[in-house]
Design a protein around this ligand. Structure first.
Ligand SMILES: NC(=O)c1ccc[n+]([C@@H]2O[C@H](COP(=O)([O-])OP(=O)(O)OC[C@H]3O[C@@H](n4cnc5c(N)ncnc54)[C@H](OP(=O)(O)O)[C@@H]3O)[C@@H](O)[C@H]2O)c1
Length: 305
């Protein structure tokens, strides 16, 4: 598995991570096969959140790694906080309590990364800073990041924080590209020119923040996968054509499209299928050409100026 170098200390993380949002309902045997396959393929980075399955995803993950006897130092565990009861909460109390809950459910003494899940309109950056300092000093969290944040929100937080924000987790797939569209339509009056994220992708590159792509196989907001979806026939044909050229799966090309971006994005896969993990990891065997990258982008229904 290729690695991505994160932050000033050049922490090496795998280019592909396993998102654990959908694992709560898996039977134990199926979950063990998924996690064992992930390890076999080099997915040693796992993305969680306190709210996934109302906490159950963290619990069943810990039970599975215990059954599989996987040592803690072979895994990188990331969890998120900041959403509860359908609202957003970056208060010190919520952040600290949430992390303690995640540690308990994950049966671990520390998180490798804590991510603030979605911006809280009532955020007090100094309060977040106190929570982060407390968690870091106690050895409960080693690194910090955000999710779904725009550049100004990151800068506002960072001004108060001692620790660098190392990650911004954002939605990105070949069928969901607002992060890319506006940068291609600068100063134009068409729809793709509308900047919805404040230039988050370029800002993260500028500041050395690693972008993590969530929902790499989904279109819209949890509308389902575009893969093998007749609504996306041109896109699937383009993926198939490149897949045949490289002798890999369509899934691998969809991942490779994200990996080809020079921002060195970490892709967080949410599949519960070991087979699809194997398909996705074929993306490690090739790199899309510039031409292929743009052809796939256009096949997804996007226009270039
Ligand atoms: N920060 C945030 O706000 C945020 C939001 C959402 C998610 N996330 C993170 O991102 C991770 C990934 O998100 P996601 O689960 O939405 O990602 P995803 O990998 O795009 O979607 C996975 C879903 O698509 C299905 N799927 C994939 N390929 C398919 C195919 N060819 N045919 C049919 N179904 C297919 C999977 O089914 P199978 O299981 O059967 O393969 C699974 O239900 C989550 O686990 C979570 O960690 C973060």
């Amino acid at each position: 598995m290729r690695t991505i170098s994160v932050g000033p200390n050049k922490w090496a993380i795998p280019e592909l991570a396993l998102g654990c949002m959908r694992i709560a309902e898996l039977e134990s045997a199926a979950l063990d096969t998924l996690i064992a396959t992930a390890f076999e393929l080099g997915f040693s980075f796992f993305d969680h959140a306190d709210i996934y399955g109302a906490g159950r995803c963290e619990t069943v993950f810990a039970e599975s790694v215990a059954r599989l006897k996987i040592a803690r130092d072979r895994m990188m565990l990331q969890s998120k906080c900041g959403i509860h009861d359908g609202q957003f909460d970056f208060s010190r109390a919520h952040i600290v309590t949430s992390v303690e809950g995640s540690l308990r459910r994950l049966n671990t003494e520390y998180l490798d990364v804590l991510v603030l899940h979605r911006p809280d309109a009532l955020v007090e950056p100094d309060e977040v800073a106190r929570a982060f300092d407390e968690l870091e000093t106690a050895g409960k969290v080693r690194a910090f990041g955000v999710s779904n944040h725009n550049p100004i929100q990151i800068a506002l937080l960072q001004r108060s924080l001692t620790q660098p924000l190392l990650f911004n987790q954002l939605q990105l797939s070949i069928a969901f590209t607002p992060l890319i569209d506006a940068g291609l339509h600068v100063n134009m009056r068409d729809e793709p020119a509308v900047m919805r994220d404040g230039g988050a992708l370029d800002y993260c590159r500028l500041k050395g923040i690693t972008v993590q792509a969530w929902s790499p196989f989904q279109h819209g907001f949890f509308k389902g996968t575009f893969l093998a979806n007749p609504q996306f026939s041109a896109l699937n044909a383009a993926l198939r054509s490149v897949a045949e050229e490289h002798g890999v799966s369509d899934t691998a090309v969809a991942v490779a499209w994200i990996s080809r971006h020079p921002a060195r994005i970490q892709t967080i896969l949410g599949t519960t299928s070991p087979l699809r993990l194997r398909d996705a990891v074929q993306s490690q065997d090739f790199v899309l050409s510039r031409t292929q990258w743009y052809e796939i982008y256009k096949a997804a229904g996007n226009s270039l100026p």
